[in-house]
Every structure is written in structure tokens, then in C-alpha cells.
Design a protein around this ligand. Structure first.
Ligand SMILES: *[C@@H]1O[C@H](CO)[C@@H](O)[C@H](O)[C@H]1NC(C)=O
Ligand SMILES: *[C@@H]1O[C@H](CO)[C@@H](O)[C@H](O)[C@H]1NC(C)=O
Ligand SMILES: *[C@@H]1O[C@H](CO)[C@@H](O)[C@H](O)[C@H]1NC(C)=O
Ligand SMILES: CC(=O)N[C@H]1CO[C@H](CO)[C@@H](O)[C@@H]1O
Length: 318
């Protein structure tokens, strides 16, 4: 059965929303994002995309299809999707779950502050080729989660550039990236004391970074799987606005990568690790001397320290 999906008048809703943040910070390249573009770049109007399945595009702007019922009309998944519990999954090491279908979005999908989007295990991308390590902007993201928003049960596909952007206190549950491009997920904005939570999910094939932290506060990651990557997490080392940042990893399975976390010890960053299984990973935690002048940050050390909080018993070599 063939359905034509309007993907989406959502763009209209988005462009009508004033950004609560105004212009984003100007960030320098390398370990940061480029200056992000205004969300007005999303206002491509009513774009249409075709999909062979009814895409479960449901947001606060368009109370359209019921995600759970529409996804059940698609082909049965070949394998079991990772179970999700509200307390979070402690399983990791899984492979990419089967999808319910796919949807190439004509415009970035924005999840409004405090709203949730359940993707019903569809693959979402933008129908564009990855541009390698060239930094993209907000308009290259597949999803932008505004402050306090949630995204769940989504597979970010290969035909996209910037993955998912977060504007503070985001909740990601069972979100997967089948082929990371420039990076998978970026906290663009976040206040000190705010926490972004990633539960379950995983990412594959990141040439460089997977999780990028440019705002302040904490990123907490549990039950995550990562395979074939450069850095799993990087606290921006040379953004124009530098903050103290924290990352907490628990129940992580990481295979074939350079390092799990890169943090700036001179800004008071910490990375904490509990129940981490690794194979073919170079460093668990690397400290850098970050700066706000755009210079390439210098490496300071690696291994357990006041900044890199773990003991050998927290790490299991598979
Ligand atoms: C959406 O679908 C689920 C499962 O089929 C059902 O339990 C729920 O009531 C539906 N919600 C709406 C708003 O139709
Ligand atoms: C790590 O491996 C051990 C032993 O193989 C297993 O018991 C544990 O559940 C694994 N942890 C994760 C996070 O997968
Ligand atoms: C470098 O690391 C050492 C401990 O490993 C720490 O005492 C020192 O403050 C760090 N320097 C900077 C600039 O982060
Ligand atoms: C503010 C700060 O730490 N700036 C430093 C950025 O990095 C360069 C090169 O390591 C240093 O020379 C700056 O002092």
C-alpha cells in the first residue's frame, strides 16, 4: 500500500514559533558546532515527501496520526525492539532494531518545549547525503528538541547531516543512529543544573564524535550502545561560551572507538562511568585544557582522576 505523507505543514507551525533563545551563540569550529542558523531556515513551507509507509508524524502542532496504531499497520518488525521501561533500560550491546518504515523529512522537525514525539521505530532522515565532518547548522538537523522536550523510538537514518539537536533538559529514549554523520546528538543550549537524559538506543559508524555537549549542565546516558566511533562524548573544547559540563555514563557497551569521553578539566568538567563494557576502545576518558578563543584544545591527561571518575572495576574488557 502506498501512502503519500505530508511531511509537513509542521514546518509552518515551526516557523510561526518565536525562538525562546533568539540567536544562538557563535561557536568556533573543531570541537564545536558552527553558529547555528535561525529556525526560520526551516520555513520551507509545506514540503511533501513520499514514503512507502504512513509515517507516524505526530507532534504538538499537528495532532495527526496515532503513532502506535499507525505503526502497527506497517510491516511487522523482523526482530524485537528493545524494551523500554520508564525507569530506563539497563541493557546495552544491542544491534540496530528493525524499523517500521522510513520517512525522509523535507524540513527539520521541531519538538516544542515540554512536548513529546514518539517515532514508532520509523527511520527518519532528510534525504540528503552526509557531508562528512563539515559542520552543519540547525537546519541540517533531523530533529530539534526544544527545552524539556522528549524524543523516543526513532532511528535516525544515514541520509542526513546533523542528527538531533537539543535546547536543554531533553529526554531521549530508545533513539538510534544507524550511520552518524558529523555528529549524532548535540546539546546546543542548556543551563547549569539542567540534565539531558539518554536512555537506551545507540549509534553506529561515527567517523568522529557521537554526543556533543556545547551548553552547560549534565548529560546522563544509560543503556547505550556505540560501535565504530571516534569520540563518544565531547564537552566542547573551544566554544565561544564555555561552561562547566558533566556527563554520566552507566550500562554502556562500546566497541571499536578512540575514546569514550573528552572533557575540559580546567573548566571543572567531570565524566563518570559505571558498568561499562568495552572492546577495541583506546581511552576511557581524556582531559583537555579547553579555551574560549577557538584554539585547538591541548590534551592534559587520561585515566581516572578528579575529572574522570571511575575505577578499573567499572570497566570490563569484552
Ligand atoms: C493510540 O493507539 C493506542 C494503541 O493502539 C491506543 O491505546 C490509544 O488509545 C490511541 N490514542 C488515541 C489518541 O487514539
Ligand atoms: C557487560 O558484560 C557483563 C559480562 O559479560 C554483563 O554481565 C553485563 O550485563 C554487561 N553490561 C552491559 C552494560 O551490557
Ligand atoms: C591537568 O591534569 C592535572 C591532573 O591530571 C590537573 O592537576 C591539572 O589541573 C590539569 N590542568 C588543566 C589545565 O586542566
Ligand atoms: C582561556 C584559555 O584557556 N585560553 C587558552 C586556549 O588555548 C590556548 C592554547 O592552548 C592557550 O594559549 C590559551 O591560554
Amino acid at each position: 500500500m502506498q501512502y503519500t505523507v505530508l511531511a509537513l505543514g509542521l514546518a509552518l507551525g515551526v516557523s510561526a514559533m518565536p525562538s525562546p533563545y533568539g540567536h544562538s551563540h557563535h561557536l568556533s569550529p573543531r570541537d564545536c558546532e558552527e553558529p547555528s542558523e535561525e529556525s526560520s531556515s526551516i520555513s520551507a513551507g509545506l514540503t511533501t515527501a513520499t514514503s512507502s509507509y504512513l509515517a507516524p508524524i505526530e507532534t504538538s502542532y499537528f495532532p495527526a496520526a496515532n503513532v502506535s496504531s499507525s505503526s502497527s499497520s506497517a510491516a511487522e518488525p523482523e526482530m524485537t525492539i528493545m524494551p523500554i521501561s520508564s525507569s530506563g533500560s539497563s541493557t546495552s550491546g544491542g544491534s540496530l532494531p528493525a524499523s517500521s518504515g522510513s520517512s525522509a523529512l523535507g524540513a527539520t522537525q521541531t519538538i516544542a518545549p515540554g512536548e513529546s514525539f514518539d517515532g514508532g521505530m520509523y527511520v527518519y532522515d532528510r534525504g540528503v547525503s552526509c557531508t562528512g565532518q563539515e559542520e552543519g547548522g540547525d537546519s541540517d538537523a533531523v530533529f530539534i528538541i526544544e527545552n524539556g522536550g522528549s524524543l523516543s523510538n526513532v532511528i535516525i537514518g544515514p541520509n542526513q547531516i546533523e542528527g538531533v539537536h537539543c535546547e536543554g533538559s531533553c529526554t531521549l529514549t530508545n533513539v538510534w543512529w544507524s550511520a552518524v554523520c558529523e555528529d549524532a546528538f548535540t546539546i546546543k543550549l542548556q543551563d547549569a543544573g539542567e540534565i539531558t537524559t539518554i536512555t537506551g538506543g545507540g549509534a553506529f559508524g561515527a567517523e568522529d564524535k557521537v554526543l556533543q555537549h556545547n551548553g552547560a549542565g549534565t548529560m546522563s546516558v544509560s543503556g547505550f550502545t556505540v560501535d565504530n566511533f571516534g569520540k563518544l562524548y565531547r564537552s566542547c573544547g573551544n566554544c565561544d561560551e564555555m561552561y562547566e559540563r558533566h556527563v554520566i555514563f552507566s550500562d554502556l557497551t562500546a566497541t571499536e572507538g578512540k575514546s569514550l569521553a573528552g572533557i575540559n578539566s580546567n573548566y571543572g568538567d567531570t565524566a563518570t562511568f559505571t558498568n561499562v563494557n568495552v572492546s577495541g576502545v583506546g581511552d576511557i576518558c581524556v582531559t583537555y585544557t579547553g579555551n574560549d578563543s577557538g584554539d585547538e584544545p591541548e590534551k592534559n591527561g587520561s585515566g581516572p582522576s578528579e575529572s574522570c571518575i571511575y575505577s578499573e572495576s567499572d570497566i570490563t574488557e569484552l
